[in-house]
Design a protein. Structure first.
Ligand SMILES: Nc1ncnc2c1ncn2[C@@H]1O[C@H](COP(=O)(O)OP(=O)(O)OP(=O)(O)O)[C@@H](O)[C@H]1O
Length: 501
């Protein structure tokens, strides 16, 4: 019986005494040893099973060790080949070394010599795998932070924290750009599999045939062009997590194959004869309504329930506008730092425009908008003109007509400081309207826009509060129920610095 981590050694030699000797010594070290007496049997073993170290005699009936090594090497990247050679054929062994053999030993040899060689080969194999794992880990780091203080996002954080270590399959649903990939990264990062790989597959990015070989891998000759074997992404995710993005686009035939992998915990490569055991956690994401796809027969119900053990729904950005100031601030800092722009601030009117936008592309669109604005801003403040034209057209549209009412009045920057402090105060249109009616300054002359009116009120209110506190900013901020930082920001924007003590 083989243990899961027991190294597998193949010994191929036509001399029975050498086979017996190596088998005894290597088994005593705890390795699983397969002994064969010719090249054909050795090839069959290498094709059938995963071999960590193959010790091949160069002179063997069937296929000689050197030809066999050369033929099998491309498909057995994880196998270390040690060649046994008679004294007179050392030159051939050196050629084999050049072709990538791990080492060679000349007959007659000391058994200790081979033991040490095998041990070293296994060690190198372990280190190479470790290096690969680390490389994949770096690639798979969450890297990005998940920002959000809206109740909906707070709920997401809690579920992620609770579910990450549980090893259950998770289905993340949400529109494009809502952060599904970040959540998948966090689920892996905070799981017990964090030392293992996080492998991502976009199920919508490839045509069916390519996706199949990408997911399940293939053996050499499985199809035209398969010059060598390749493990699939599911196999590469062994001991880690596989993130199936856009899983709703997985063709029905591949849904059946995926279901089998999840149920049986083993994979058949295309054109392969052996099954490969895998231990993976699946995190899937979709921007489609998978339940509807189940009802319309486009998605297998059994697979849906396998993937949907835990469900995380990321709400669209327009439904959690309270997150916009925080996200905008985060991206300003991110890109300002990346572009060496020093401290950059969002003008209140810029923030107002961001808050009133519909964001069909969700956080990705917001991030791109801010990145562009940071590039365009020449001074320390990001102004409306640094936003794409559609934002400015929107602003101009407001001046002349009924479209003007579309702008959300929380967008004067008032929510910004409160959002950062964990409180959200919404100035409603109604409240702003009342302020405007009560104020004599709106009784005559052309009417200001709603936002201009709110800014006027806000400026007056801050000036008055500063007057009453004798310019004490901390007290003023407390009275107005905004953060000190938000107050400072508004005072600068409204030119009220001179009002503070
Ligand atoms: N809450 C968030 N905090 C910070 N950044 C975020 C957040 N949500 C999304 N992003 C950023 O927005 C971009 C899009 O996020 P992500 O790729 O995770 O979205 P997605 O839902 O997987 O999109 P798609 O369905 O198109 O693949 C990324 O650059 C990501 O860093």
């Amino acid at each position: 019986m083989s243990l899961p981590c027991q190294p597998h050694i193949l010994v191929a030699d036509d001399e029975a005494s050498i086979r017996r000797l190596l088998q005894t010594v290597l088994e005593a070290r705890g390795y699983r040893v397969t002994v064969v007496e010719d090249g054909l049997q050795a090839a069959a073993c290498l094709e059938r099973e995963k071999v960590d170290v193959a010790i091949l005699d160069i002179r063997m009936p069937g296929e000689n060790g050197l030809d066999l090594f050369r033929r099998m090497k491309p498909d057995c990247q994880e196998t270390a080949f040690i060649l046994i050679t008679a004294y007179g054929t050392v030159r051939t062994a050196i050629e084999a070394m050049k072709a990538g053999a791990f080492d060679y030993v000349t007959k007659p040899f000391l058994v200790d010599e081979v033991e040490v060689m095998v041990e070293r080969a296994l060690e190198v194999g372990r280190l190479t795998r470790e290096l690969d794992r680390l490389k994949r880990k770096v690639d798979g780091q969450p890297g990005e932070q998940l920002i959000g203080q809206s109740p909906a996002m707070q709920k997401v954080f809690k579920v992620v924290g609770r579910v990450a270590p549980a090893d259950a399959a998770v289905l993340i649903q949400g529109e494009s750009g809502t952060g599904k990939e970040i959540v998948a990264g966090l689920l892996h990062h905070y799981s017990l599999r964090r030392e293992g790989p996080l492998i991502k597959v976009n199920c919508a990015a490839l045509p069916e045939g390519l996706l199949e070989s990408e997911l399940f891998g293939y053996e050499r000759g499985a199809f035209t062009g398969a010059a060598r074997s390749k493990p699939g992404k599911l196999e590469m995710a062994h001991m880690g997590t596989v993130f199936l993005d856009e899983v709703g686009d997985l063709p029905l035939s591949l849904q059946a194959k995926l279901l089998r992998v999840l149920q049986e915990k083993e994979i058949d490569r295309l054109g392969g004869v052996r099954t490969i055991p895998v231990d993976i956690r699946v995190v899937a994401a979709t921007n489609r309504n998978l339940m509807e796809a189940v009802h319309s027969g486009q998605f297998r119900e059994d697979l849906f329930y396998r993937l949907n053990v835990v469900n995380i729904i990321l709400p669209p950005l327009r439904d959690r506008a309270g997150d916009i100031p925080l996200l905008a601030e985060f991206f300003v800092q991110k890109y300002a730092a990346r572009m060496n722009k020093g401290t950059l601030l969002l003008a209140p009117e810029t923030l107002a425009l961001l808050e009133s936008h519909h964001w069909p592309g969700n956080v990705r669109e917001l991030e791109n908008t801010i990145e562009r604005a940071v590039i365009l801003a020449s001074g320390p403040v990001i102004r409306p003109e640094h936003l794409p034209d559609e934002f400015l057209e929107y602003m101009e549209g407001r001046e002349g007509g009924p479209g003007g009412g579309r702008i959300r009045t929380s967008g004067t920057g008032g929510e910004r400081g409160n959002a950062a402090a964990g409180r959200t105060v919404h100035h409603t249109d109604e409240a702003a309207g009342r302020a405007a009616c009560d104020s004599p300054c709106f009784r005559e002359g052309p009417l200001p826009t709603l936002r201009q009116a709110i800014q006027q009120v806000e400026r007056q209110l801050i000036a008055e509060a500063l007057r009453r506190t004798g310019g004490n900013k901390s007290r003023t901020a407390r009275i107005l129920d905004i953060s000190r930082r938000a107050l400072q920001y508004k005072m600068e924007a409204y030119g009220l610095e001179k009002c503070s003590g």
